[in-house]
Every structure is written in structure tokens, then in C-alpha cells.
Design a protein around this ligand. Structure first.
Ligand SMILES: [Cu+2]
Length: 151
């Protein structure tokens, strides 16, 4: 029994390691991607957010986020026709969801501690999107990028 537990813990440790040791884009940290699935790598740090590629064809898209910084961050995928750097910001210094800003998916901060990586797969329709970190102040400080899904 003790051996089983050790093995499980070992695997869990291995699964988190690609965040710091695997080159960006070299697959997913948590599961193999089905053939043909589009993968977008998102690097987060204080206070930058860089997604590559910045445009994909519509369909199933896997976002693999890496927290390269020393603070908590999160990845929020929002559908919006507003310019990515002009989204409405609340008094709490976070981007406000509304008619013009719809949250499609997110990777929460507790999945993305410094040095960690996490992934989520979303079906995206053609349109304009923004990728942001919505921890208070981080969007305004520059954690934002436009993202386009083509037909
Ligand atoms: Cu952040």
C-alpha cells in the first residue's frame, strides 16, 4: 500500500513538472492532445500574457497556460468585439462580464500557481476574443492579448 501511494504521488509530481522543464508548445502538461486539435500556448507573468498562436481556426482548441511569474495568475478566455485593451473595468479593478464581454472558459489561479501549468479545451466559434488575467489590477497592468478565431 505504501508503495502505491508513493507511486501516485510521484506521478502527480511528474505531471506538474513540464511547467518549468518542457519547451512551450511541446504538448500538454496533463494529457495527450487528440490528432488535429489546435493547441495555444499561453505564458503568464508579472504583468504580461503572451499567447501563441494568436489566431486559430474554429473548433476544439486546447489552451495550455504556464505561470512563469512569482504571483498567482489565471487565464480567462472572453468573447468580445471590443478592443482587447479597452474592456470595461470595475471598481475592484477587474474586467466586468456583460453583454459585450462574455466569459467562455477559464483556468483558475489555484490551478496555476507560480511554476505550474494547466490546460483547458474549449470549442470556439469564429469571432474575436480576448485572453486576460482577471486578478485585480492584472488586466490593467498588461495581462491581456487579442485572440482571433477564423472560419
Ligand atoms: Cu495575473
Amino acid at each position: 500500500m505504501a508503495v502505491c501511494i508513493a507511486v501516485l504521488l510521484g506521478l502527480a509530481g511528474c505531471a506538474r513538472r513540464p511547467a518549468s522543464e518542457t519547451a512551450p508548445g511541446a504538448g500538454s502538461p496533463t494529457a495527450p492532445s487528440p490528432a488535429g486539435e489546435k493547441v495555444v500556448t499561453v505564458e503568464l507573468a508579472e504583468y504580461t500574457l503572451q499567447a501563441s498562436p494568436g489566431s486559430v481556426q474554429q473548433g476544439s482548441v486546447r489552451f495550455v497556460a504556464y505561470n512563469r511569474g512569482s504571483l498567482d495568475h489565471e487565464l480567462v478566455i472572453v468573447r468580445t468585439d471590443l478592443p482587447f485593451d479597452q474592456l470595461p473595468v470595475s471598481r475592484e479593478d477587474t474586467v466586468e462580464e456583460g453583454d459585450q464581454v462574455q466569459v467562455v472558459a477559464e483556468i483558475e489561479p489555484d490551478e496555476l500557481r507560480p511554476g505550474n501549468s494547466a490546460a483547458t479545451t474549449v470549442r470556439l466559434a469564429e469571432g474575436r476574443y480576448a485572453l486576460i488575467c482577471n486578478i485585480a489590477g492584472h488586466y490593467r497592468l498588461g495581462m491581456r492579448q487579442s485572440f482571433t478565431v477564423t472560419s
